[in-house]
Design a protein around this ligand. Structure first.
Ligand code: BT5
Length: 239
């Protein structure tokens, strides 16, 4: 598939801009004044230094549950694109919506469904070297990893990979992407705690990977939504 790119210097959130779009539209901004993550989280990105974009994708050919696996597919596309630009680095996808390098977050994905469309918001840290204190311990960028590339290069690689991954995902569902996901799975074999809400006990156990329906497998149980708590076996692996 091909994308039509719409550019702004400053916007509130490219996910909001994308509400005006149809399948194949992509909204890019150099600066977001209210960049968002899931729930009430904020996406913090220094103006002009990182890629922040939202792609509008038609998901009407898949049922609601199957369409919910799109963030995992988008994460794979990001990891593949970044690997093209930085072949020496090991990019991992962390269920449900992050891309990590060295256990630090280099990309976050926020997918929002609107009827037959999903707005796939993607933030990739490219040239930012210093992050605010609240995320400095767990964020990284290509520049921090020693890779100097332009935002244009990242955008081009990302949209190429996103188009290819989307086509495969549409044709075969997330199951078609499972082998690739398994190769890039950050959590497989890691002890995790997944919470639905801040105040629940959560599900704790060793992650066995992700199933074809997008569920995270924790000690053999399927978990469909939640936050991964900082409870990995290795304290250095707090993400
Ligand atoms: C996400 O949410 O990771 C989804 C982020 C999506 C951002 C894109 S940018 C283009 C589009 N327009 C938007 O307004 N949003 C999308 P979540 O899993 O809830 O993670 C958010 C958390 O990541 C925050 O609470 C911080 O702890 C951390 N964080 C914020 N900014 C970050 C950054 N630049 N790098 C790494 N981590 C960050």
């Amino acid at each position: 598939m091909t994308f039509r790119v719409h550019r702004k210097t400053v916007t509130e959130s490219t996910n909001l801009d994308a509400r005006a779009g149809v399948h194949g539209d992509v909204y890019v901004a150099l600066e977001q004044t209210a960049g968002r993550g899931r729930l009430d989280h904020r996406w913090l990105s220094a103006p002009g230094e990182n890629l922040t974009l939202s792609a509008v994708l038609d998901v009407s050919r898949l049922d609601v549950a199957a369409a919910a696996t799109l963030p995992l597919a988008v994460g794979l596309a990001v990891a593949a694109a970044l690997e093209r630009l930085a072949p020496g680095l090991d990019f991992r996808v962390k269920w449900p919506n992050d891309v990590l390098v060295g256990w630090r977050k280099i990309c976050g994905v926020l997918c929002e469904r609107r009827g037959n469309l999903v707005i796939a918001g993607i933030g990739v840290n490219v040239r930012q070297r210093e992050f605010p204190d609240e995320i400095a311990f767990r964020a990284t960028s290509l520049a921090q990893q020693g890779i100097e590339v332009s935002l244009d290069e990242v955008e081009r690689a990302l949209l190429e990979e996103l188009g290819g991954v989307y086509d495969r995902w549409l044709a075969g569902g997330f199951g078609a992407l499972l082998p690739e996901f398994a190769r890039r799975d950050a959590l497989k074999g890691v002890r995790v705690k997944v919470r639905q809400r801040d105040d629940d006990d959560g599900v704790e156990g060793v992650c066995g990977g992700v199933a074809a329906d997008g569920a995270l497998i924790v000690d053999g149980r399927a978990v469909y939504a939640g936050e991964i708590g900082p409870l990995n076996l290795d304290p250095a692996r707090i993400v």
